[in-house]
Write a protein that binds this ligand. Structure first.
Ligand SMILES: [Zn+2]
Length: 252
């Protein structure tokens, strides 16, 4: 039991590091200079005791100790997600090289997901990292099949949006809109390579179902046209990876 708690705490610390990556990679800020973090509003150096995962957020009541601007709730959320992922992968594999690679894969997916949520675009080298790890851990042919399948899917959906939906809704903007993001295709490859054909299709279907809720919300609130899909693909992959739950068997 103590070991699980320890793994969870280590996960929280890594989550704190992933926050640094999520914040700095898209802005091309060095990861090591400056070593410490600072408040994005007043640039005040954050002291080590203000940088303890979860606890500091609670103690500071989500506000900077210097300027009282609120600290994004995303920080503790990333820490908790990272800790849960670390614990579940550890329980699945115990300590071996497969576990380390799998954790590296899911950590990279967490970083990709939160960058995608914020910018609706992701750095290519992070996509290359997850694909390379999947080539080592999984099945290369299945990666290719899923990438190819996703290109066809994107082609069909984009054709529908640009030629059918654009005419029905008389929305000129749609004529140049693509259905899926560029980053989604390699993630689909990762899903296929890691889970195989049947579970892989189930995971993507699950991701689409999960993505439906915010898409409907966006449609009615008219706030954003695009929904970041990488977080849902990653969630679908993780749930299916851990539970081996096949949504199609469930329907019968
Ligand atoms: Zn501040």
């Amino acid at each position: 039991m103590t070991i699980y708690l320890l793994v969870f705490l280590i996960g929280l610390v890594f989550g704190s590091f992933l926050n640094v990556l999520i914040h700095r990679l898209p802005l091309a800020i060095s990861l090591f200079k400056p070593l410490g973090s600072s408040c994005p509003y007043c640039n005040n150096q954050i002291k080590w005791y203000e940088n303890i995962p979860i606890l500091s957020y609670l103690f500071l009541k989500g506000k900077c100790s210097n300027c009282s601007e609120s600290i994004s709730i995303i920080y503790p959320i990333v820490e908790i997600i990272t800790a849960i992922v670390t614990l579940l992968v550890y329980m699945n594999f115990w300590l071996n090289w497969e576990m380390i690679l799998t954790i590296a894969l899911f950590y990279t997916l967490i970083v990709l997901s939160f960058i995608d949520l914020k910018y609706k675009a992701v750095p290519d080298y992070l996509l290359i990292i997850v694909v390379v790890i999947t080539i080592i851990l999984g099945n290369f042919i299945n990666i290719l099949i899923f990438c190819g399948g996703f290109v066809l899917l994107e082609f069909a959906l984009t054709f529908y949006i640009q030629n059918v939906k654009a005419k029905i809704t008389k929305n000129k903007e749609l004529e140049n809109q693509r259905a899926l993001g560029e980053g989604d295709m390699p993630i689909a490859g990762v899903i296929g390579g890691l889970l195989g054909i049947h579970l892989g299709i189930s995971a993507i279907f699950l991701a689409a179902l999960l993505a439906l809720l915010p898409s409907i919300y966006n449609l009615f609130s008219k706030k954003e046209i695009e929904t970041a899909f990488i977080p849902f693909l990653s969630l679908g992959l993780f749930i299916t990876f851990i539970t081996e739950f096949n949504i199609f068997l469930w329907f019968y």
